[in-house]
Design a binder for this molecule. Sequence first.
Ligand code: KIV
Length: 277
Amino acid sequence: MHNMKLSAPAIIAKKGVEKITMLTAYDASFARLLESAQVDMLLVGDSLGMVVLGYDSTVPVTMDEMIHHAKAVRRGAPATMLVGDMPFLSYQVSKQAAIANAGRFFKEAGCDAVKLEGGREVCEAVRAIVDAGMPVMGHIGLTPQTAGKLGGFKVQGKDVQSARRLLKEARALEEAGVFSLVLECIPVGLAKLISEELGIPTIGIGAGICCDGQVLVTHDLLGLFEKFVPSFVKNYINLAPEIKKAVSSFVTEVKDETFPDEQHSFPLQIDPADIIS
Ligand code: KIV
């Protein structure tokens, strides 16, 4: 348990000592709730695109959209380590663009770290951002921004060749300077092996129990996003049906004129005739 904002070195120090928790947040209200539950890190994930903005994938998400939501999360959770997820093509075009876009998360939104997807091909960008003074979290396995190249939303690293590639990528990213690494949708045994090989913590999503920490999309954990629920997600509560029930009660009560009742109204304490005259 902690009540001080964690830093990248503090996250690294948790490896082998205590499991790390990270959840996504996209607005101030949720950020406030998650901070009060003492989540170690909040991620303004580019899952924003699908969960909140209604896109079909994370690809269309822009830097401006990410910054807008990261600022709101920072306002709601001033005391939690905040990670900004770099959207598609914000770090691939050039090292300069990668540094400038990472810098926007820090300067405009008050983030404490950025995350980017990919293996060897992003190591140069990682190094450049870290050298500019900004902690970077890596993300390998199923990388949603390039899911098309991976053959869709599938478990990665199932055969020897791809498992070896993922281990190599994990080592290369650590070498490039990431302070932690998200492992998405890979077999438990491979996540265990990678976690044991690295000196930095691994944060799993669909990667089993052996990772050094776990991340979930908050809307999945709460059962708020019904469009698509990956099989590795655990619904700790199923809020979507509860919300629908509450909203239809509101609709019914307004239609049949039982809301607002006296308890939810302000009585007029002067004579209406005095208002008209
Ligand atoms: O965008 C996101 O929410 C993520 C997490 C699922 C790791 O990248």
